[in-house]
Design a binder for this molecule. Sequence first.
Ligand SMILES: Cc1cc2nc3c(=O)[nH]c(=O)nc-3n(C[C@H](O)[C@H](O)[C@H](O)COP(=O)(O)O)c2cc1C
Length: 190
Amino acid sequence: MTQHVSVIVGSLRGGSFARKIANNIIPLFPDGVEARIVEIRDLPLYNFDYDDPAVPEVATPASYTAFRDTIKASDGVLFVTPENNRTIPACVKNAVDIGSKPNSDVSWTGLPVGIISHSVGRMGGYSSQKNLRLALSYFDMPTVGQPEVFLSTSPELFAGGETIVRESTVEYLRDYVTRLVAVMDAQSRD
Ligand SMILES: Cc1cc2nc3c(=O)[nH]c(=O)nc-3n(C[C@H](O)[C@H](O)[C@H](O)COP(=O)(O)O)c2cc1C
């Protein structure tokens, strides 16, 4: 049976290195695992009125429902994100918040998760990754513990192209993906 991984890219810009990294990681998943990017750019900013039964005149956006259904139907999720002002980009936090409601049906609960951060600088999005782990910590998500993947000086990964040039980096990411799939397999056996 095919397993499905939702890949969430933490940048909305066209030339995003996070998106390039995600596009290079997706083919590294083994046979039997289908990974694809779930777009978050059109999700309205989170507003609890959308979910509050006490405010029935405000409907839940269809994009929220579609996003939540996609996440809940996934066997795992992989975040690939840059860092904005020492934390996660607003689009990522927005997606996390949307998936966190309603309380009776949280999309993230128990879902295996991998996190890859990057930066054009030398710190590899360290604070972003740590803050994302903090935000997700409420949802009891089995996580790839090690390695923590911080990709620094991300433009150099691509040398002006679309493909990660260094084979050792590709193998490092393949190993990470393998570890995520192992977490997914362990979860599906529970
Ligand atoms: C609003 C904003 C804040 C940023 N803050 C940080 C930061 O705190 N740490 C960091 O390493 N880079 C920071 N950057 C630089 C980003 O890492 C860089 O723009 C990167 O290319 C964004 O990722 P993307 O290529 O996937 O869009 C920031 C960029 C923007 C636009």
